[in-house]
Design a protein around this ligand. Structure first.
Ligand code: 13P
Length: 259
């Protein structure tokens, strides 16, 4: 078991974020992913399709943990185009992503709003994957850890039991969809800093929060990234759209887990 230090033996967690990709024709791919997931009982596998595929995917692939890519902070109301956490849960979702950099960038979401979404999701009994990450300018100017620390301060959900249903995804904005990944040493340093913050905010419960890496994870680099200390899994975009490449990432997690 590779996990050391503060981290207990956390179950590896591999999640696909399909972003704005996928119609019902893609359910065949999800079924193929489900078959792979069934072969690895020690690995938690999740898939976050567009809202329109949530319920069909839950029905078609019951062995997968299906989740949303975002939710609104309110339960219901005059918010055209938005989806509440209770609606996700009603559609069969078990988790939701919040605070993805594409939401922060294209929808102007700030930390306070992200925290509201995370707390709404927990109140609806969904697990939460909270995304954080620096831009290239912030990395190059030496501020990456300060930026991520401030994002966590502002957006971590508070309240009884929050840590138990929380995962963090560290996704450097400049690594998303670019084929570029950080140095392994930079991933390790950031994940350590995130762990320290989680312990400071949640106490011992912070040790159980899984910290995923995201940003250009693929079949070729997954093993190296997943082997990094404090990396408990991956949030995968492009490579999760093809069952074969996503399967290779799940397999890499399983090999490390068994090692
Ligand atoms: P890519 O794996 O396509 O770089 O996307 C990462 C991501 O944003 C997952 O949420």
């Amino acid at each position: 078991m590779k996990f050391t230090g503060h981290t207990m033996a956390l179950r590896p967690y591999i999640v696909g974020n399909w972003k704005m990709n996928g119609t019902r024709a893609m359910l065949a791919e999800a079924r193929a992913i489900g078959r792979v997931a069934s072969r690895y009982p020690d690995i938690d596998v999740g898939l976050a399709p567009p809202f329109t595929l949530l319920h069909p995917m839950v029905e078609a692939v019951p062995e997968l943990e299906v989740g949303g890519q975002d939710c609104h902070a309110s339960v219901s109301g005059a918010f055209t185009g938005d989806i509440s956490a209770a609606m996700l849960a009603d559609a069969g979702a078990r988790f939701t992503i919040v605070g993805h950099s594409e939401r922060r960038q294209f929808h102007g979401e700030g930390n306070e709003e992200v925290r509201g979404k995370a707390e709404a999701a927990l109140a609806a009994d969904l697990s939460v994957i909270l995304c954080v990450g620096e831009t290239e300018v912030e990395r190059d100017s030496g501020h990456a850890e300060a930026v991520v620390s401030a994002q966590l301060d502002g957006s971590l959900p508070r309240g009884q039991g929050a840590a138990a249903k929380l995962a963090i995804a560290y996704e450097p904005v400049w690594a998303i969809g670019t084929g570029r990944v950080p140095q392994v040493s930079d991933v390790a340093a950031m994940h350590r800093a995130i762990r320290a913050k989680l312990l400071a905010v949640y106490g011992e419960a912070g040790a159980g929060v899984r910290i995923l890496y995201g940003g250009s994870v693929n079949a070729g680099n997954a093993a190296e990234l997943l082997a990094v200390d404090e990396v408990a899994g991956a949030l995968v975009g492009g490579a999760s759209l093809v069952a074969e490449s996503f399967a290779a990432i799940i397999n890499a997690a399983n090999m490390l887990h068994d090692a």
